[in-house]
Design a protein. Structure first.
Length: 145
């Protein structure tokens, strides 16, 4: 290990190595090299058309939103009130453009088969209700959810 002692360099053996003039240029060489490399890289970058960037981003976002209805995920929410925490776990999926939260556990205890059957029945009723919504009702349900 070589350490600077102010007058020269201290070698591993403890002997001082006299400072030479090559250290200052070597210390400046790295930043100069980095600046040169970065400058060349920047010269190769072409300015993008803002309209093209926005169009690509919009296309990617639309693709993501179009794929979303086919996905379901599990969400675990915890609420602490008066030093007591309650946890609700829901399976979340899309029905006719808006989220539906189906409870599957409470306080990290999975629902029983009977509770799950009741929630499944509620889900079927909700699917029926949403399938009979008008476009206006569906718009307000999606925009408020």
């Amino acid at each position: 290990m070589i350490q600077a002692d102010g007058l020269g360099l201290l070698s591993q053996t403890g002997r001082t190595i006299p400072a030479t003039g090559f250290l200052l240029p070597a210390a400046l060489a790295l930043p100069l090299l980095v600046m040169c490399v970065c400058d060349r890289a920047m010269a190769q970058c072409k300015p993008e058309n803002v309209g093209d960037i926005i169009q690509r981003a919009t296309t990617a976002m639309e693709s993501d939103w179009n794929a979303f209805p086919g996905f379901a995920f599990v969400e675990r929410d915890s609420v602490t009130s008066k030093r007591e925490t309650t946890v609700a776990t829901n399976r979340v999926f899309m029905i006719d453009g808006s989220d539906y939260y189906m409870p599957i556990a409470f306080n990290d205890k999975p629902y029983t088969a009977e509770q799950t059957a009741q929630e499944h029945e509620k889900l079927l009723q909700e699917i029926g209700r949403r399938s009979h919504q008008t476009e206006k009702e569906r718009f307000f349900a999606v925009s408020s959810g």
